[in-house]
Design a protein around this ligand. Structure first.
Ligand code: HGA
Length: 609
C-alpha cells in the first residue's frame, strides 16, 4: 500500500523521488504526489492516477530542489481525489507524507479546528501536518514538533516531514507501518522499502516501532519509543536491480510465474544446507521445536491458503494438531491459547498489518513461540518472531502473489518434516525421500510451465464468463481456493472454490452451461472421489476444465477438457498444481485487458487494517 520516499541531498532530488515512486508502484496506489523545498516555498505536485502523470506535471512545473518527499496513496480515509493525495501541507510551512491510519483523527481534527486550523482534505493524514505545524509554531524544533505530534497519535503511521524554513532537515517516524532510512554520501533518504532508493544506495537502517529519525545531508540521528537516542544496525541490501525490472516479459506476474523453478531451487537450497533440522529456522529452534504440542498458523489472502495446505502436512507428517486462521479475524476474538502451540505467521512482505497485529495478540494471549515465513529480510514480522524461514523468491512485484506462495509452501513443508523428525516420526529413509522430492520439484514446475500454450487456449473460453467454480480435494482444496483468488484478483471474474465433496451441499445449484468448473485432479487417493464429483457437474450441463496428472488416465470428451500436468509428484503435488491455475488467471486477465500487475482496488503490501 502507500509508498513513501524522501531525500535530502546536494543535487536535484526530484528525479530520485519520481524514480522511487515508480519503484513503489507495485505496492498499489491510486494517486501520487511530491513536495519539494524550492527557494522560499514548498512546491507540491499531486495527481490522481499513475506516477507518470504526476511526473509530467512536475516536469511542466519545472520542479526542482534538494530536499523533498514523495508519496503514492492507496486511499483509506477520503476519496481518490487530488485534494486527498499526499503530501499534505499546513500553512505552506509543513509538508507531510503518511502511510497508515490515524485512529484518533476525529478528535485531533476537532481540536485543531478549535485552534483555528482549516482542513482541505478528508484524510486522517492532514491532522498530522497541522499538529506538527501547531508544535513547530509554538517554538519546538521540527524534530521535537514531530515527536510531540506523533506521541499524541493513535493508530499506525510511517511519515516523512519537511518544513519551509528547514532546508537542512528531513524528519521521519514509524509506528506500525514500514519505513527505512537509506544512507548515502552527503545525502540521505527515507523509503517504505529499499526498492525505492536502490539506485542511490544499498545501505539501510530499518526503523523500529516508535522510532523517530532526523536526517541531514551528513548524518542520521534516531530516538526510540522512549525518546532515548539509539543506534540501529546498518544493513547492506541484497535486492538486485534486475529483480525490479521486467526484462523480456510483459508483466511482473508473468515474469514471476516463470521465475518459480529458480525461486524454488534457491529456497530448497536453504533446506539442503541445513537438512530437516531445527537450525533451518534459527539458532533458538533446537530448544523450541521439541517442546511443541501443536501449531497455529495466522495469515491473510494467498498466505492463508499456504497455511491451509501446511495443515495437511503438519498433521500427517509431524502428527501435531494444526489450525489455521485468518489473521484479521483472530486478532479480534477471545481465542484460546495453548502456550505450547507454535504461532506460525506467513507474510510475503513481513509487513502485513493484520498478521503483525495477530502475532502481537497471540503473544499477549500467552503463546510462547512464534515462527515467521517471510520473503523480505529484516522486515517487521520476522523481527518480532523467535524463529524465521526466509523464502528466497526474490523481489515479488506483481500484486497477485505467485512465486512467494510456492516458496512459502516449501518452507512450510520443511517445517512439517522437521517437526516430524524432531518427534521421531520421520525415518532416515523418509527424510531422504522428502529431500529427493524437493530436489525434483523445480523440474516438475518447469514441466508445468511448459503447458502455457494449452492454458492460453483455454483462457479464451473463460474471458467471456462472469463466474467460475474451482474444485479440489484434500491437499489440493487450498490450491483450488488459490486458483479462484488469482482469477478474481486480476481478471475480476467472480470465482469460488469448494472442496469437491461439498458440491452437492450447495454450490451444485449454481452449475449450468454458463459455469466453467475447474477441477484439480491429481492422481492421489482421492482421485476416484473427484471423478464422481465431476460426473455430478457433467450431469447438470457444467463444462469441466480438468488439470490432471499425466498418469491419471483422464480422457477428453464433450464438455470435459483436460490438461495433463507432470506425473504425480506425491506430497508436493499442490506446488506443481499451483502453476496451471496461476497461468490460467494470467491469460484470462490478458484476454480481458485488465491491468495485470496493478489490479483495481488492490495493493501489494497490505500495511493498513
Ligand atoms: N490514511 C491515509 C494513508 C492511507 C495509506 O496508508 N494507504 O496505504 C489516506 O487515506 O490518505
Amino acid at each position: 500500500m502507500c509508498g513513501i520516499v524522501g531525500a535530502i541531498a546536494q543535487r536535484n532530488i526530484v528525479p530520485i523521488l519520481v524514480e522511487g515512486l515508480k519503484r513503489l508502484e507495485y505496492r498499489g496506489y491510486d494517486s501520487a504526489g511530491v513536495a519539494v523545498l524550492a527557494g522560499d516555498e514548498i512546491r507540491r505536485v499531486r495527481r490522481v492516477g499513475r506516477v507518470a502523470e504526476m511526473e509530467s506535471a512536475a516536469a511542466e512545473d519545472g520542479l526542482q530542489g534538494q530536499l523533498g518527499i514523495g508519496h503514492t496513496r492507496w486511499a483509506t480515509h477520503g476519496g481518490v481525489t487530488e485534494y486527498n493525495a499526499h503530501p499534505h501541507i499546513s500553512f505552506g510551512k509543513i509538508a507531510v507524507v503518511h502511510n497508515g491510519i490515524i485512529e484518533n483523527h476525529e478528535q485531533q481534527r476537532q481540536r485543531l479546528k478549535d485552534l483555528g486550523y482549516a482542513f482541505e482534505s478528508q484524510t486522517d493524514t492532514e491532522v498530522i501536518a497541522h499538529l506538527v505545524h501547531h508544535y513547530y509554531q509554538s517554538g519546538s524544533s521540527l524534530f521535537d514538533a514531530v515527536k510531540q505530534a506523533t506521541r499524541e497519535l493513535t493508530g499506525a503511521y510511517a511519515i516523512g516531514v519537511i518544513a519551509l524554513d528547514r532546508p537542512d532537515e528531513l524528519v521521519c517516524a514509524r509506528m506500525g507501518c514500514p519505513l527505512l532510512v537509506g544512507l548515502g554520501e552527503g545525502e540521505n533518504f527515507i523509503a517504505s522499502d529499499v526498492s525505492a532508493i536502490l539506485s542511490a544506495t544499498r545501505r539501510v537502517i530499518f526503523l523500529e516501532e516508535g522510532d523517530i529519525g532526523h536526517l541531514t545531508r551528513d548524518g542520521v540521528k534516531l530516538i526510540d519509543k522512549n525518546d532515548q537516542p539509539i543506534e540501529r544496525p546498518v544493513h547492506l541490501s541484497d535486492v538486485s536491480l534486475a529483480s525490479l525490472e521486467l526484462g523480456p516479459y510483459s508483466h511482473f506476474m508473468q515474469k514471476e510465474i516463470h521465475e518459480q523453478p529458480k525461486a524454488l531451487s534457491d529456497t530448497i537450497e536453504a533446506v539442503q544446507d541445513y537438512g530437516f533440522n531445527p537450525e533451518l529456522f534459527g539458532d533458538a529452534a533446537a530448544g523450541i521445536l521439541p517442546q511443541l504440542e501443536g501449531v497455529k498458523i495466522l495469515a491473510c489472502g494467498t498466505s492463508y491458503y499456504a497455511g491451509m495446505t501446511a495443515k495437511y502436512w503438519i498433521e500427517s507428517i509431524a502428527g501435531l494438531p494444526c489450525d489455521v486462521e485468518i489473521a484479521s479475524e483472530y486478532r479480534y476474538r477471545d481465542a484460546f491459547a495453548n502456550p505450547k502451540h507454535l504461532i506460525v505467521t506467513i507474510s510475503q512482505s513481513g509487513e502485513t498489518l493484520d498478521t503483525m497485529e495477530a502475532l502481537k495478540y497471540a503473544k499477549e494471549l500467552g503463546h510462547q513461540y512464534a515462527l515467521s515465513i517471510c520473503n523480505v529480510r529484516e522486515s517487521a514480522i520476522p523481527r518480532a518472531s523467535d524463529l524465521v524461514f526466509y523464502t528466497r523468491a526474490g523481489a515479488e512485484i506483481g500484486v497477485a502473489s505467485t512465486k512467494a506462495f510456492t516458496t512459502q509452501l516449501v518452507g512450510l513443508f520443511a517445517l512439517a518434516v522437521t517437526l516430524g523428525k524432531t518427534r521421531g516420526r520421520v525415518s532416515a529413509e523418509a527424510e531422504a525421500q522428502y529431500l529427493d522430492e524437493l530436489r525434483h520439484l523445480p523440474g516438475s514446475v518447469q514441466h508445468a510451465l511448459n503447458l502455457e500454450p494449452q492454458i492460453k487456449a483455454w483462457s479464451e473460453r473463460f474471458a467471456a464468463k462472469d463466474d467460475a467454480l474451482f474444485l479440489g480435494r484434500g491437499l489440493h482444496y487450498p490450491i483450488a481456493l488459490e486458483g479462484a483468488l488469482k482469477l478474481k484478483e486480476i481478471s475480476y471474474i467472480h470465482a469460488e472454490a469448494y472442496p469437491a465433496g461439498e458440491l452437492k451441499h450447495g454450490p451444485l445449484a449454481l452449475v449450468d452451461e454458463n459455469m466453467p468448473v475447474v477441477v484439480i485432479a491429481p492422481n492421489d487417493a482421492l482421485l476416484e472421489k473427484v471423478k464422481s464429483n465431476m460426473q455430478e457437474v457433467r450431469a447438470r450441463g457444467g463444462e469441466l476444465f480438468v488439470f490432471a496428472d499425466a498418469d491419471s488416465h483422464f480422457s477428453e470428451s464433450d464438455g470435459v477438457h483436460v490438461i495433463r500436468t507432470p506425473r504425480h509428484v506425491g506430497v508436493l503435488s499442490p506446488i506443481v498444481h499451483t502453476i496451471p491455475v496461476q497461468m490460467l488467471a494470467y491469460h484470462v486477465a490478458l484476454s480481458r485487458g485488465t491491468d495485470v500487475d496493478k489490479p483495481r482496488n488492490l495493493a501489494k503490501s497490505v500495511t493498513v487494517e
